[in-house]
Ligand binder design. Structure first.
Ligand SMILES: Nc1nc2c(ncn2[C@@H]2O[C@H](COP(=O)(O)OP(=O)(O)OP(=O)(O)O)[C@@H](O)[C@H]2O)c(=O)[nH]1
Ligand SMILES: [Mg+2]
Length: 356
């Protein structure tokens, strides 16, 4: 899973990146050209700590999210479009953290004179919207041509796709990102295959000073989450050793770092959850698209397990904790035997029986 950190110049992308990953990249002006830094971060999950306590495993593998600090966007690409290298970089991402400047700091220049976070969200969106619009229009031309000839596919199928793309065009022409809209599963399949940038899920990250109140920007849109945090303060806390960090947090009344919240929100935004395999050898967190079944879960562990799937033995995290061990959970009838169509729940601890 990869999330790109985007935002206007000097909005605090590198600061957020450093705070998230513990990196120490100097906050230099990227001067508008493409520059990317990448780091992998463990997803904090107290359940894993509990499993480690129970199983005392030799090896631990936590869930991970990759963050890429992508400098160089500024909302001015217009209809000429983004440079190809930038599009390639952005297209690889599963979603974006969109850093929006809320902090006031006279020594940090802003493209516009006044700090206006809501305007900045729209400015950033514009590059993606125009990029997608060009793609949609190109596709529409092709589809209309195909419809005229009408030999490759039935005309009504082509027409349905034309209707869909005309709707996308209307949305984009009204300067709205595609991620604000829901599509039917069939439409979604077509839309997803184009990798539209404005369709990818986003977390809006309002980068505040420690004394600022959260902005009232409740997004009811699907595929969009909102987090407010003081990135600079959190970056400074990350740079301290743990004892000093604790004192510092107490002083500022910070109970949970926005960054660990942000990592969790990232995980949710991408519509995935976790299941575990746990034993003395290894406690392993596996990331799985929500709604996947036991056979697909087996496949994320190993393709042999998927091919030779017989059954899954499943215990929920809560039951395991209540009964203290897999054996005790079994004695109380809480270790379930499930077939390949069983839908995995968040926090299931599973063992796959398979045959190759
Ligand atoms: N006061 C204050 N300053 C901040 C905050 N976040 C970032 N800054 C400062 O703003 C400047 C820009 O921050 P960066 O993190 O480098 O911003 P960026 O988005 O990576 O900038 P580019 O890569 O040039 O586009 C730096 O001088 C930061 O110290 C904040 O929350 N409060
Ligand atoms: Mg930067």
């Amino acid at each position: 899973m990869q999330l790109g950190i985007i935002g206007l110049p000097q909005s605090g992308k590198t600061t957020v990146y450093n705070a998230l990953t513990g990196a120490d990249i100097a906050a230099e002006m990227s001067a508008g050209h493409l520059e990317v830094h990448t780091a992998v971060v463990d997803v904090p999950d107290p359940r894993v700590d509990k499993l480690i306590e129970m199983f005392k495993p030799k090896k631990i593998v936590r869930a991970k999210v990759t963050y890429a600090d992508i400098a160089g966007l500024d909302g001015t690409a217009g209809r000429a479009g983004l440079p190809g290298v930038m599009i390639n970089q952005l297209a690889q991402m599963d979603g974006f953290l969109h850093v929006v400047r809320q902090f006031e700091n006279a020594s940090v220049p802003h493209l516009a004179e006044k700090i206006d976070p809501i305007r900045d969200i729209q400015t950033m969106d514009t590059d993606f919207i125009l990029n997608d619009l060009v793609m949609v229009e190109r596709r529409l031309e092709k589809l209309r041509e195909e419809h005229r000839r009408g030999v490759s596919r039935p005309r009504d199928v082509i027409q349905a796709e034309i209707d869909l793309f005309e709707r996308l065009q209307a949305i984009l022409n009204s300067e709205k990102p595609l991620r604000h809209y829901d599509f039917t599963p069939e439409e979604d399949k077509i839309v997803a295959s184009f990798g539209f940038l404005s369709r990818k899920p986003q977390i809006i990250v309002f980068n505040q000073s420690e004394d600022q109140e959260p902005i009232d920007y409740i997004s009811s849109h699907p595929h969009t989450s909102v987090v407010s945090l003081p990135a600079k303060l959190e970056m400074d806390i990350m740079a301290l050793d743990p004892e000093d960090a604790e004192m510092f947090m107490e002083e500022y009344g910070v109970t949970e770092l926005g960054m660990s919240r942000l990592i969790k929100v990232s995980y949710d935004l991408l519509n995935v959850h976790s299941f575990f395999t746990a034993g003395e050898k290894e406690v392993h967190v596996w990331t799985l698209r929500k709604g996947s079944n036991a056979r697909e879960a087996a496949g994320t562990i190993h393709s042999d397990m998927e091919k030779g799937f017989i059954r899954a033995e499943v215990v929920s995290f809560d039951d395991l904790v209540t009964f203290g061990s897999t054996a005790e959970a079994r004695n109380h009838g809480r270790l379930r035997v499930e077939g390949k169509n069983y839908i995995i729940e968040d926090g299931d601890i599973i063992e796959i029986r398979f045959n190759i």
